[in-house]
Ligand binder design. Structure first.
Ligand SMILES: [Mg+2]
Length: 394
């Protein structure tokens, strides 16, 4: 007797919906790589420890997927420092696999694209390329429904608490960080995150200066960007306890789940991590180890909305706060659709790519009320294009 293929675990089955009749068949795919400059180069502890160079620009892979019904979804992925051209090259190779697909079969397409390149791994750059397509498909689906993505996902709130990171880099002096924090709070953000991870004395001085300036009631987070060892994290973490941090972020190597768990036991300050991990499996390892109070998945880095929703749901089940990393324009939608309120990290680095501005007031970012992500590419983005491809070729 022939074996029933439906018993195959995780099998990718053929289309069952006639996408050509519903208008949802993918007709055109456009990919472009943009190098978006920052207002000025920034450094965190990965730079001061000598591991990386200051960051002067962000490479953004934008995918646009158009269907027979005239709708187009827009999605993006990004790389800080190396990797942008590789994202684009991989996207160019995957794009033909989308043509003719049912754009609503998002989960199935995700599997197809990831398995197409499974021999180079189902993590890192491989899934971060797929993220741009997955996000574009979600954007298109929400546009088809005529709803903001947050609403399509089943939103809990129309705005999300936000904190600002952009003014707290180690490349700024303590006085500049304080001035940036005051400016951000005056603008309406709800909390301030500053970078630490240098030497103990300068870290303490910086945290004390900002806490003194913004007062005890304003949420303050500190981010060591993985640059302490376990002993340093414990020692400096203890001295930071008096500043009532909302969380201490990436005190240790991103993959050191056991170290985070031990530190979490040793400190009262909540521990946050997860932004560098690019699989739900690795994020789950943090949850399984009891390593974090705050999980910080990045929907782009894990491969898009599809895997993000899985890990966010698991964190919610475990009572772990979810505070997605970077990509504010996307995460405002995803954070609005999770049951417990977390935080969204406000960055304006991607903003120049888009026509629309996020609305911030009263410590919160408003979920855009436009369909989809509510984003359109700005004309000035054209000046930052490094590579572009279109299927079918015109
Ligand atoms: Mg961080």
């Amino acid at each position: 007797m022939a074996r029933d293929a439906s018993h195959t675990s995780g099998a990718v089955r053929p289309n069952t919906r006639p996408a050509t009749r519903t208008g949802c068949a993918v007709e055109r795919v456009r990919c472009a790589l943009y190098r978006v400059p920052l207002a000025e180069p920034v450094s965190d502890a990965k730079v001061t420890s000598g591991r990386q160079q200051p960051l002067a620009s962000v490479d953004v892979l934008v995918a646009r997927i158009a269907t027979a019904d005239g709708l187009e979804g827009i999605g993006f992925s990004y790389s800080k420092r190396a990797g942008g051209p590789a994202l684009f090259a991989h996207a160019e190779q995957l794009a033909p696999l989308l043509i003719g697909e049912d754009a609503l079969a998002i989960g199935r397409i995700w599997e197809k694209l990831v398995w197409a390149a499974a021999s180079i791994g189902r993590e890192g750059l491989a899934v971060q390329t797929v993220a741009a397509f997955d996000i574009a498909l979600h954007d298109r689906k929400a546009k088809q429904a005529g709803l903001p993505l947050a609403t399509l996902l089943g939103h809990y709130r129309g705005s999300v608490r936000c904190y600002d990171t952009g003014g707290g880099f180690l490349s700024a002096t303590d006085a500049e960080v304080v001035a940036n924090a005051e400016r951000s709070l005056a603008r309406g953000v709800g909390g301030i995150k500053i970078k630490v991870g240098g030497d103990q004395r300068s870290d303490l001085a910086r945290v004390a200066a900002v806490r003194g300036a913004i007062g005890g009631a304003t949420p303050l987070m500190a981010d060591a960007n993985q640059q302490w060892d376990r002993a340093a994290a414990r020692r400096i973490g203890r001295t930071l306890e008096r500043y009532d941090l909302t969380w201490l972020e990436e005190p240790l190597d991103a993959y050191d789940a056991a170290g985070h768990a031990a530190l979490r036991q040793a400190l009262d300050t909540p521990i946050a991590s997860g932004e560098m991990l690019s699989t739900t499996r690795d994020l789950r390892r943090l949850l399984d180890a009891g390593a974090v109070d705050v999980l910080q998945p990045d929907a782009v880095r894990v491969g898009g909305v599809t895997p993000y929703l899985r890990i966010a749901a698991l964190a919610a089940e475990l009572g772990v706060t979810v505070a997605p990393h970077f990509a504010t324009e996307l995460h405002v939608h995803l954070a609005a659709a999770q049951p417990a309120e977390g935080w969204v990290e406000y960055f304006d680095w991607l903003q120049p790519l888009f026509e629309e501005q996020l609305e911030i007031a009263g410590g919160r970012i408003q979920v855009p009320d436009r369909p989809g992500l509510g984003l359109t590419l700005s004309p000035r983005a054209e000046t930052w294009v490094r590579a572009a491809a279109e299927l079918p070729e015109r």
